[in-house]
Design a protein around this ligand. Structure first.
Ligand code: DQA
Length: 146
């Protein structure tokens, strides 16, 4: 199967960005770890990071045409603002898991609302970079069942 991992704005700075909140692992580390796991189990993993809302929306649209089977997404700051990215995921109807490095429920009130969680198969937050690995395990489990 094909799994798409989408990273929202500012996640290109992982490793140097507020390490006390987001950890020391870089985005390249996260992506290469996920690629190794997916490839090892005979699947195909695509990754993309963008700081631009429309690029993420276009990537979600393209995912449908490419036959992507599952999406892992950390919408980052767009979690709390982007009805448009939410609508894109609803439109393509590809199952997705929402991931956050930090525990958004233990932070500022404006981070506690997500426009994605009610559409997501599941939500993982507060477990740092390990959360992506857990999300991938859940996605693969789901795909290998069906
Ligand atoms: C984040 C949490 C968001 O509130 C924040 O805007 C981010 C990252 C996380 O992974 O913890 O950029 O999605």
């Amino acid at each position: 199967a094909t799994i798409l991992v989408l990273h929202g704005p500012n996640l290109n700075l992982l490793g140097e960005r507020e390490p006390a909140v987001y950890g020391n692992t870089t985005l390249a580390d996260i992506n290469s770890n996920l690629t190794a796991i997916a490839t090892g189990r005979g699947h195909h993993l695509l990754t993309m990071q963008s700081n631009a809302e429309y690029e993420l929306i276009d990537r979600v649209h393209d995912a449908r045409l490419e036959g992507v089977n599952f999406i892992l997404i950390n919408p980052a700051g767009f979690t709390h603002t982007s009805i448009a990215l939410r609508d894109a995921l609803a439109a393509v109807a590809i199952p997705f898991i929402e991931i956050h490095l930090s525990n958004i429920h233990a932070r500022e009130p404006f981070r506690q609302k997500s426009w994605f969680s009610d559409l997501a198969r599941g939500v993982i937050c507060g477990l740092g970079a390990h959360g992506y690995e857990l999300g991938l395990q859940a996605a693969l489990h789901n795909l290998e069942q069906s």
